[in-house]
Write a protein that binds this ligand. Structure first.
Ligand code: HPA
Ligand code: ZN
Length: 333
């Protein structure tokens, strides 16, 4: 099954580029930028990765990205991810980035986006992997800062396919960003947001995301299963759910494999993604293998997961169809 998964044309839709910063690159960038890390080795960095919920993960995640300072740093970060993803036969990725995690420490927006954009172009030309960017707002910052970030993104509108919402969900419901999302929609961005797993008021947040914000997709969204009305709303609107099994295992009590099985059985457009693979020790291949092991997934299940993913991508219909044809050809072999 591992080989079948390796050959499967794959798609990744829930991936924070800052969460792909591996310890080796962290050291390289620290040296490049004259930053002293409080760790002596790659092993020491990995040993310091201890988290058991979203806030404890986020603390380490934000500390880690301090080494990212210049346009080449962001280029190298994205290029390393795209190389890894291409090696796992990820054919297409929609990549989150957190501009406020950089602008809040003095790195200009244009440095971040230019580095990422240049990597996407080079990766498509050299590696054949296609990707688009989704700009996330940090929900534990004020809505005004999100709005200012949205406005500073407008000169780069053509480089960004949509907006998302991440960081600490507790006390930061979707409706806090209603005006920001309305403006983002007006500017032509597609809309997604995190509804993290097992949060305080999880189901109410999912309801807000669907009904009050009108999202085009939901990141995580596992707790929707607790409310039949939410399941029905997700199905009726054809909303995709970008679920992250190994990540769930770190920040909640389990991978939530049974929930993913139920979503598949209900015909929801559930997908499998890696979230922050440098921290959760698993890219998309490892996530699919872990889930296949936990649920004894069939080949048809695995193909269905990737069909869901390509179907809910933010790509033009004819490009989606080309990837789906590639998937079907693999499945028929
Ligand atoms: N949830 C919220 N914020 C995040 C995540 C996540 O899964 N990954 C990186 N920032
Ligand atoms: Zn995430």
């Amino acid at each position: 099954m591992t080989d079948f998964i390796a050959g499967l044309p794959k798609c990744e839709l829930h991936l924070h580029i800052e969460g792909t910063l591996e310890p080796e690159l962290k050291f390289e960038l620290a040296e490049r930028n004259g930053i002293e890390l409080p760790y002596a080795s790659v092993e020491e960095i990995r040993a310091a990765y201890s988290f058991d919920d979203l806030p404890s993960f986020l603390k380490i995640y934000y500390e880690g990205m301090d080494v990212l300072r210049t346009e080449p740093d962001f280029y190298d970060l994205a290029m390393a991810y795209l190389r890894k993803a291409a090696s796992q036969n990820v054919r297409y990725a929609e990549i989150f980035f957190d501009p406020q995690a950089h602008t809040s420490r003095g790195v200009p927006f244009d440095i971040v986006i230019r580095g990422l954009r240049r990597a996407l172009i080079d990766a498509e030309n050299r590696l054949g992997i296609k990707a688009q960017l989704i700009m996330c707002f940090l929900r534990d910052f004020q809505a005004e800062y999100a709005m200012a970030t949205l406005l500073s993104s407008l000169p780069y509108r053509e480089w960004i396919v949509g907006v998302g919402l991440d960081s600490d969900e507790k006390g930061n419901p979707p409706v806090k960003f209603k005006a920001v999302y309305e403006r983002a929609r007006q500017e032509g961005y597609l809309l997604t947001m995190h509804c993290d797993v097992d949060q305080e008021n999880s189901t109410e947040h999912i309801r807000q995301a669907i009904e009050e914000i009108g999202v085009d997709r939901i990141d995580h969204g596992v707790n929707s299963l607790e409310d039949p009305a939410l399941v029905e709303a997700i199905r009726a609107r054809g909303l995709g759910l970008t679920v992250c099994p190994i990540s769930n295992g770190y920040v909640t009590d389990s991978m939530k494999a049974d929930a993913i099985r139920r979503m598949l059985d209900l015909g929801l457009r559930v997908t499998v993604n890696s979230d922050d693979p440098a921290y959760f020790a698993g890219y998309v291949q490892e996530n699919l293998v872990a889930l296949a092991d936990a649920l004894s997934l069939s080949r048809e299940d695995l193909v269905q997961l990737e069909r869901n993913a390509f179907e809910i991508t933010w790509l033009p219909r004819h490009v989606k169809d080309a990837y789906l044809a590639e998937l079907d050809a693999y499945a028929a072999r």
